[in-house]
Design a protein. Structure first.
Length: 286
């Protein structure tokens, strides 16, 4: 199944068997004090810099989130999106819990973005999928509902199915739904990653849709997080993950290596290109 998203001048295709698409996660103030402080003053220069840096690092799509408590996302999200699309040409994932902020951002966007996100809660399904249908976007569906994140595989798959079925019933193309099976840290539950991996496999086999994941959640609270994130990503990709949401600069080497091993990189061209880009970046450092 192929999901196609676009910016004003660039189109990105996500699909099983294709090279993994990387969604850059860094335009998000959660855990980033400097970005949060800049957003509170209305300074979007750091947003622009993050957009440029992530695309240079190899991001195919950029997630844009300005969720700082007390700030008006309806006013700020479209401003941030405008800064991003003027700085880079990759598609954008509009990320907000506020449907009004998503709609405001859609008014300034040029192309077909991803909306992040909907979940299995009834009110959220109705509000966000109505926007998706009206504007012809793609959407990320989270495997959670009013009760939170389920700890068992069957419930997560059932929520994913509910989201896909509701979207299709509303006339949204099946291929425009991207499922996030959700990753939790293995520091508190050593079996949590296994639950996520098996859910990814079942969503791929039973629903056939593309999948994203906030992969770095798996390593929260542990040392040497990049190594754990890279190992988890490779396994998730083998199970059906097609467009992870990641810190691209830290994980691209793992992802291109896994794509090569999984037969998604003819003649290792993408792997070699990424290697040469890393070499050049190292040489250019002062």
């Amino acid at each position: 199944m192929r999901t196609i998203v676009s910016g004003a001048t660039r189109q990105v295709t996500i699909g099983d068997g294709l090279p993994t698409v990387l969604i850059g996660e860094r335009i998000n103030p959660t855990g980033k004090k400097k970005l949060a402080a800049a957003l509170q003053t209305g300074d979007l220069e750091r947003v622009r810099q993050e957009a440029l840096a992530q695309v240079q690092a190899g991001a195919d799509i950029l997630d844009v989130n300005v969720g700082v408590p007390g700030l008006d996302e309806v006013e700020l999200l479209p401003r941030a999106v405008k800064v991003v699309i003027e700085a880079v040409d990759v598609p954008v994932c509009l990320d907000s819990d506020n449907p009004r902020a998503l709609e405001a951002a859609l008014k300034v966007y040029r192309g077909k973005p991803i909306l992040n996100s909907v979940n299995g809660a009834e009110a959220r399904l109705t509000d966000v999928l109505t926007l998706v249908k009206r504007h012809g976007t793609a959407v990320i569906g989270l495997c959670m509902d009013e009760k939170g994140i389920p700890h068992d595989i069957d419930t997560r798959v059932a929520i994913a199915r509910r989201i896909v079925d509701r979207a299709v019933a509303m006339g949204i193309p099946r291929e425009d739904v991207i499922i996030d099976t959700l990753a939790l840290t293995v520091a508190s539950d050593t079996h949590s990653a296994l639950v996520t991996l098996e859910t990814i496999r079942r969503v791929r086999d039973e629903l056939g849709v593309n999948q994203t994941l906030g992969a770095s959640n798996v390593s929260f609270g542990l040392p040497d997080r990049d190594v754990l994130n890279g190992a988890f990503l490779a396994l998730a990709m083998a199970h059906g993950l097609t467009c992870p949401t990641v810190d691209v600069a830290k994980v691209r080497a793992f992802v291109t290596a896994a794509d090569l091993v999984l037969g998604r990189d003819d003649y290792a061209m993408r792997y070699i290109k990424a290697f040469r880009q890393r070499q050049q970046a190292q040489q250019e450092r002062p």
